[in-house]
Design a protein around this ligand. Sequence first.
Ligand SMILES: Nc1nc2c(c(=O)[nH]1)N[C@H]1C(S)=C(S)[C@@H](COP(=O)(O)O)O[C@H]1N2
Ligand SMILES: [Mo]
Length: 386
Amino acid sequence: MISRRGVLLAAGLTLLPSRAVAAPSIVKPLPATDFILHGTNAETRWEALRDTGSLTPVSKFFVRNHTSTPLLDASSWRLRVSGSGVSRPLSLSLRDLRALPSTSVEAVIECAGNGRSFFTSQQGQSVSGTPWKLGAVGNARWRGVSLGLLLRRAGLRSSAVDVLPSGLDAEYVTGGVNLGHVRRPLPVGKALDDVLVAYEMNGAELPVDHGFPARLVVPGWGGIASIKWLGSLEVSSSVLHSPWDTDYYRLLGPSYPASGTLVTTQVAKSAFELEWDASVPAGRRVLTGRSWSPDGVRRVEVSTDGRTWRRATPVSRGAWTRWQVPWLATPGAHVLRVRADGQPDESPYNTQGVSVRGGGEAPGHGALVTRRNSSSSASTEPAATV
Ligand SMILES: Nc1nc2c(c(=O)[nH]1)N[C@H]1C(S)=C(S)[C@@H](COP(=O)(O)O)O[C@H]1N2
Ligand SMILES: [Mo]
């Protein structure tokens, strides 16, 4: 009998030498068993989450970098809080930040473009941006200082309307235009609600790729709000803008106003912990997966025949819900589908391929249902291809 350790070792030996890939923009190792690379970004493979708990291990957490992970010097780093919306500007060292009362929150961070590739593969529409499948999402426990607490320490004025967090990574240049540091305004209302200036992820120091020494965590909002490598927070009594709210992460297209509609909160999504076009042995199987939504997840349903839906059983509830459902897999090709809380089949078209609830004109629509497209199995063993 082969021991579990033996199995792991054998797997490691066969997989590591040829498959560990480094994207120059990302510091942590990106083994092909865990990640799909898209330029400067790395997408988590859902099958790699099968044997993990509710929190996404840092080693498997997706990375979305506009440029490259900067290596910042923690001893000279400062977080500046200033602007017309505060009366006592702050300049905090990491030590200062760590000395303030801390809180921790379990929160999903999901790129607003997660699922974008399905606009093309399932809806036949062409969209711009990284062609993520469903792996531009992760769940972690973040510890840090409440943004509300920081703003109050800085003497937040009642006239303040917007906070503009800015990253210390390289300025973003696209199409020959320098758009400056990655930054996106956040309304004071949300800033005072549940936003964290985080310096810990899953109980350890924030990893460099995820924003060391500190990042924002904006629960429920598209990932762009959670600015990494935070250097400054401009608090203003007048409305602030950046290309990341005027040009990017807006719903644009025929059914939206000419200037588009701002993307803020995410919508319910679900995924199976399976590779795409997975082949599994025929027989009794247990399908596992996760569903998440800023509004919380109440009901998860799975379809294995394309027609009927059954309730999945929750395995754990947290910032996302893990679930399972038994399946008698017969040989042949199958399409597996999952939906949480009535996720619709289609997402309304927008040029940037953001799956959100419509900008007012399409109430109730928004999320993409996970499907596993059928394909024929090349295996001679009886197999179910999903
Ligand atoms: N400074 C900075 N912050 C950033 C980004 C970036 O490129 N630079 N990318 C944003 C986007 S689009 C997403 S989806 C999340 C991704 O967070 P992660 O890389 O920790 O998974 O970070 C956001 N914060
Ligand atoms: Mo993103």
